[in-house]
Each structure stands twice: as structure tokens, then as C-alpha cells.
Ligand binder design. Structure first.
Ligand SMILES: [Zn+2]
Length: 460
């Protein structure tokens, strides 16, 4: 099978030019002006932007959490991602404390294998680092192609590891050529505030927000950065939301340390005033919570300063019925919000159209940097001969309204209901195949492949 995309405006992290792309099989074979090859399929991209397929390195599909499962399966979640221009996601396998990493991977594969529509990989969350799990790290990096290990500094008793385990894990991961991802918030401090608010009868979603003040994230981010500095292990802070936490990273650069930072689309475009809507605020109960306008300004600046490399989603949807588990107690509301389908269009509309970021920066933070940091570049994350033909053809002018009535995520509300965006994903290719065209998905579950990743070294 061959495809020729004609006259698109090709945008990568570094380039911006009009040309044709010729695809043979699963990868790009040539890019140039007026290509004359005969193709099985020809697509006219005149007037359209052509980006590398989006990579969302932070999603939770079909994940057991707080007594339920996130509502998007691997099928519905990766399909919705494709509709929104994201051709690959990285999901999280969670170790059960007391059991092996391999045990968790087998469990996760039982839900993901042959069920993905788009490409995917896993981060391995280490929730119990001991002599046995230590022996598994090398195997995961070298045999499973899973090179990033997630840690939680919060959720004590379920997911959290202490600093002793963190240091040990960092030393092992560094030795084997991997990377540590971290949920950096101070779990003990948050647990104290949650208990205090509940004891005082303060039970609405607003108190979810007030139980995780900025300092809980700033403190843990700084501690994580210090431990990474001490061990020399590459680190990546997931879903960083606020000024205090970003300043911890900024300070680290003064001692010549590099730390990778991800934020999520919701922290750039939504703020904590949504928690004042009584129980409706449950739609945005996530950890960390939405922050203030000043934090949004910090994050946009951080992107432009190169301190924030990735805009992800932390997509973790729960239906309204599931959110109602916390109707009378904010601490029982399943944490998470749906965005896997909206990220690319929202960031384009809020970032590029409103001139907060350039087109090249847009591509950098939606695909290229994630591919580099997580060991997939240049197979993924760019448009070049030899790269996988993961391509988004995007109309920069088409306006449309985001709504649960039209989205493809398996959740009955939208965190962005009624919001008009400028720019629309029109056609998506994944490994050379047209997978979305004109609001229709053309492939079935099983098309998405597990992508093995390389050891992490000399990143970016
Ligand atoms: Zn997450």
C-alpha cells in the first residue's frame, strides 16, 4: 500500500514548509516538492497543516482505581485518541504491593492485548521496591521495551513508596538505562488535610482542592529533584501544575541539573474556580487539582522556556455515576478527567491560535519531545524518511464545539462542554494507513501495536 499526501504545510519541531509526503507500507519513504510517484491513495492537503501524530505519554485506560475502573477501555480510549489526532499513548501498569512487576504486566496485558485501535506502550509503576522487584528492572528495560518507571510520592498504603525505596530504585534504573517518572506530591501532608477536612464536615469537591495546596506539590517536586540529582538518575515529573513546583525545577537548573517536566492540557486552560460549582466540581476532581490563573501563566512560560517539555492529559475518565460515589465525601470521588480526544485541538486553539506558542513548539510538546524522552525517536514524533507514517492532517481554521454529545470517549460528560475551538483534525494516518477520515474511524481494535522502546540515554 502507498499513500501520497500532496501540498500540505508540513510542521515538525524544527521545520515549516509546503511539500508532498510519499508513504510506502508503514513508513515515510520520501518528502519533497511535486513528487510524481503513483500511489494507491492520494490525499490533497492544500491549505492544511500536516503534523506528526500526537503522542500522549500519560493516560489510564481500563484502570482499577478507588473500587472501580476508568471508563475508557483500550479500544474506546485509543479510538477516541485517534479522532483527536493522537496516534500513540503510553499507559501505566500498576504493581500491586507485595506482588511482582511481571504479575502486574500480565494483568494489564489481559485488558490491552489485541484491544487497542492506536499504538501504545506502558510505563511500569513501581509501588513496592524490594530485593525481588530490583531484579526485574533490567528485564523490563532490555526485554519488555519498558524503560520508564513511575513512582508515587502520594497515595500511602496503595501506591506510595518512601524515599528509601525511591533512592534504591533510582540507582537501579540509572544503572540499567531507564528513567523515573514521578507523581510528586507530599502524600502524608495531603492525607492529613483530607482527614482534617472530613472531620470538620467539609465534604464537597472544593475540599479536594483545598486538601492539595500548591506547597504539597512544590515540596515533593523539590525533594524528587534533589534525589535525582544525588543519584544521577534521569527524572520526569508528570502532571506538574503550579508555579512553586516549576520553580523547584528552575532552581535545579542552576546547579546544572536537567529534569524533564510534563504538564497536562487541563492545567493550561482550566482553573480552580470550577470547584466552586458544588458537586458539579467533581467532574474536575483529579490529582493534583486544577490551580490558579497565575499557575497557568507559569506553565505557558515554562513551555516557552523549555522547562516544560510535554503537554499530556492524564486521561482517566469516570462516568457521572462513578463520580457520584463521592456525592457525600470528596475523598471518595474517583480522581480523573477525560481529555485524550481533546488535547491536540485544545492546545492548538488555546496555544497556537492565541499566539502563546509557535507551531513548531506545538509539535515539540505534543509528540517530538515525548518520543525523544521515552526512547522512540525518530521512529515516532517527527515527519522524516524512515519514520513511521503517523500523520495528522489538520484544518487550522475550522471552528467546532467540544461536547459529550459528539465526542468518542466512553464518558457521559465533557470537561470542556460547549467550548468552541479553532482547528480540527481531518485525517489521521497510523503506520501508513488512513485510520480516521472525515469524522469516521476506519480501523478496528487490534490495529494498534505495542511499541517497544529503547534504553534512555543522551535524551534531547
Ligand atoms: Zn496519571
Amino acid at each position: 500500500m502507498s499513500v501520497l499526501i500532496k501540498n500540505g504545510r508540513i510542521i515538525t519541531a524544527s521545520d515549516d514548509y509546503i511539500a508532498d509526503i510519499f508513504i510506502e507500507g508503514e513508513s515515510i519513504s520520501a518528502i519533497g516538492k511535486n513528487l510524481s510517484m503513483k500511489a494507491d491513495t492520494e490525499i490533497d492537503a492544500t491549505g492544511k497543516l500536516v503534523f506528526p501524530g500526537g503522542i500522549d505519554p500519560h493516560v489510564h485506560l481500563d484502570m482499577p482505581f478507588m473500587g472501580t475502573f476508568s471508563s475508557d477501555s483500550y479500544e474506546t480510549g485509543t479510538r477516541a485518541a485517534l479522532y483527536g489526532g493522537t496516534t500513540m499513548v503510553i499507559d501505566f501498569v500498576l504493581q500491586t504491593q507485595g506482588k511482582s512487576l511481571q504479575h502486574a504486566l500480565t494483568d494489564w496485558k489481559s485488558r490491552s492485548d489485541n484491544n487497542c485501535v492506536g499504538d501504545y506502550s506502558f510505563h511500569m509503576a513501581v509501588t513496592d521496591f524490594n530485593d525481588e522487584t530490583k531484579k526485574e528492572i533490567k528485564h523490563f528495560i532490555e526485554q519488555e521495551g519498558i524503560v520508564s518507571f513511575k513512582t508515587f510520592m502520594a497515595y500511602k498504603g496503595a501506591l506510595m513508596i518512601d524515599d528509601r525505596q525511591m533512592i534504591g530504585l533510582m540507582e537501579e534504573v540509572k544503572k540499567c538505562g531507564g528513567l523515573i517518572n514521578v507523581h510528586a506530591t507530599n502524600g502524608d501532608m495531603i492525607d492529613y488535610l483530607v482527614a482534617k477536612h472530613r472531620a470538620e464536615g467539609k465534604l464537597s469537591p472544593l475540599y479536594h482542592y483545598l486538601s492539595q495546596p500548591e506547597i504539597t506539590e512544590a515540596e515533593a517536586s523539590e525533594r524528587f529533584v534533589d534525589m535525582a540529582s544525588y543519584t544521577g538518575c534521569p527524572g520526569y515529573i508528570v502532571h506538574l501544575t503550579c508555579e512553586g513546583a516549576l520553580n523547584a525545577v528552575r532552581n535545579a537548573t542552576k546547579r546544572n541539573q536537567k529534569m524533564f517536566v510534563e504538564t497536562c492540557i487541563q492545567y493550561l486552560v482550566l482553573d480552580a474556580s470550577l470547584y466552586e460549582k458544588d458537586f458539579e466540581g467533581a467532574k474536575w476532581v483529579m490529582s493534583p487539582p486544577l490551580r490558579e490563573k497565575k499557575d497557568q501563566a507559569t506553565l505557558w512560560a515554562g513551555i516557552n522556556q523549555g522547562l516544560v517539555q510535554v503537554v499530556a492529559t492524564d486521561h482517566c475518565p469516570f462516568k457521572w455515576e462513578q463520580k457520584l460515589m463521592g456525592k457525600n465525601d470528596f475523598s471518595k470521588i474517583p480522581n480523573g478527567h477525560p481529555a485524550i480526544e481533546n488535547r491536540m485541538e485544545l492546545l492548538y486553539s488555546e496555544g497556537v491560535v492565541k499566539e502563546k506558542i509557535t507551531l513548531n513548539k506545538y509539535v515539540e510538546v505534543t509528540s517530538t519531545n515525548a518520543a525523544k524522552i521515552f526512547g522512540m525517536y525518530p521512529r515516532k514524533g517527527t515527519l522524516a524518511p524512515g519514520s513511521d507514517a503517523d500523520i495528522v492532517i489538520f484544518d487550522p481554521n475550522e471552528k467546532h464545539v467540544l461536547s459529550a454529545a459528539t465526542h468518542h470517549m466512553n464518558v457521559d460528560y465533557s470537561g470542556y462542554e460547549g467550548r468552541e475551538v479553532t482547528g480540527k483534525v481531518k485525517t489521521v494516518l497510523l503506520r501508513g494507513k488512513v485510520v480516521v477520515d472525515d469524522n469516521k474511524c476506519l480501523v478496528e481494535k487490534g490495529y494498534g501495536q505495542f511499541i517497544k522502546r529503547r534504553k534512555v540515554s543522551q535524551i534531547i
